[in-house]
Structures are given as C-alpha cells and as structure tokens.
Design a protein around this ligand. Structure first.
Ligand code: SAH
Length: 221
C-alpha cells in the first residue's frame, strides 16, 4: 500500500531528524516490519480511515487518541524488543501499540482504565488474530503483578512520576519507556533501565505531549 510506504518513509526521516535527542538514527528493521504488518486503518474510527496513514495522532473517543505513528515507532524501538520478551503496556487505547508489540514479542499484557476502550480494543485485537495480547481493565499504574516481571514496560499516558509499582515489576536487564511531567511545563519521554544488579537508571529521550495517566481513586477514599 502506497500510503503505508510513505508513512514508513516519514517515520524514518523523523528518526534521522530527532537522532540528536534520541540517539537513534535508524528505525530498526524489525520494528519497521512490525509497523508495516499492522493494519492501522482498523484501529481508527471508521470516519477517519482515510487519515489512518498520516503521521499524526487521531481522536478515538472518550477524549483519548491513537498515538502518532512516529512516537509508536520510537517507543517500540527504545524497548529493544526480542521474540522471547513479555511486555506490559499501560494505556491500551484502541490497541494499535499493543498490536505492534505483538508482532515483535511473545506476549503482551495491556491495561486500560476506560472500560469501553479496553473492551473494544480486546475485541478488535481478537478479530485481527492477535492472540498473544491480554487486555485488562483497571489502573495500569499498578501494573499487572501476577504477570510480572516484564522484559519491557511501555506507558502511553503521562505520569507525574515514574510509578513505583512499575519499577518493581521490571525484570533485571529490562527497559521501560514512559512519558513523565517535566520540571517546568511539558513532558519528557524517559528511558528507564534496570541493570542486572537491580540498579535503576533513567534518562530523558525527547520532549513529548501525551494525555495524562489517570490515577483512579482507591476504593478506600
Ligand atoms: N496505546 C494507545 C494510545 C492510548 S492513549 C495507542 O496505541 O494508540 C492513552 C490511553 O491511556 C488512553 O486510552 C487512556 O484511557 C489510558 N489511560 C490513562 N490513564 C490510565 C491508567 N491509569 N491505567 C490504564 N490506562 C490509562
């Protein structure tokens, strides 16, 4: 499909243009293949199908968006996914990022706080044959303790700080990619790594703009 090829070229150009920030000059061939394999038009509302291959975020209802393809590509690339990996995604939304991950790793666990979105995404992923994605409704800030530890954790909504529960559920040698509110205005995409000795390091990769990570009130409030 011509539109998809153009989108992939645009993503590759943006990788080169942002390499000064991200340190990643090239989109890895595996991630490129995964992006090429996922039918993005299936993840946007029917009236926006024509725009599915633009390098822009699009509204998916409930005030939420499907992330910009370049950002999906970058976050996926930063995780250094490998076929045996088990990955946690926080913020399923329409399920597009989960599908891209599902092309690359053994098992994807994705948590969504808006029930309508999570249910629709789970049904869509099933229909498209992504049987290695499990979707759960709830607060992704708590992670998915029963399925931990994860080789990778990808958070697609901006937190005010790196959630402790997610750090705890990251495997030694694992990587987490998460947008976090910056010291002033704006957000930074952070790459958080846990060394084989358990030491946690975090480095800012790129200024970004995500919807906020909702913190559902605990039932005891
Ligand atoms: N991953 C999506 C982007 C989703 S936008 C994609 O592939 O395009 C961010 C999503 O995070 C929204 O659907 C929002 O409802 C969800 N979200 C926000 N706070 C959350 C929380 N605490 N737990 C789980 N999901 C959350």
């Amino acid at each position: 499909m011509q539109e998809k090829a153009r989108l992939l070229r645009e993503i590759e150009e943006e990788f080169r243009a942002t390499a000064g920030y991200t340190g990643r000059r090239r989109l890895s061939p595996m991630v490129r293949e995964a992006l090429a394999a996922v039918p993005r038009q299936e993840f946007v509302p029917p009236e926006l199908r024509e725009e599915a291959y633009g390098n822009v975020p699009l509204p998916i209802g409930h005030g939420q968006t499907i992330s910009q393809p370049y950002i999906v590509a970058l976050m996926t690339d930063l995780l250094d996914p490998a076929p045996a990996h088990r990955v946690l995604e926080v913020g399923t939304g329409c399920g597009y990022q989960a599908a891209v991950l599902a092309e690359l790793v053994a098992q994807v666990y994705s948590v969504e706080v808006v029930p309508d979105l999570g249910e629709a995404a789970a049904a869509r992923l099933r229909r498209l044959g992504y049987d290695n994605v499990s979707v759960r409704l709830g607060d992704g800030g708590q992670g998915w303790p029963e399925a931990a530890p994860f080789d990778g954790i990808l958070v697609t909504a901006a937190a005010d700080a790196i959630p402790e529960a997610l750090v705890a559920q990251l495997a030694a040698g694992g990587r987490m990619v998460i947008p976090v509110d910056g010291p002033d205005a704006g957000q930074d995409l952070l790459l958080v790594t846990k060394g084989d000795d358990g030491a946690v390091r975090s480095e800012p990769v790129l200024p970004v703009a995500f919807v906020p990570l909702v913190r559902p009130r605990a039932s005891t409030d």
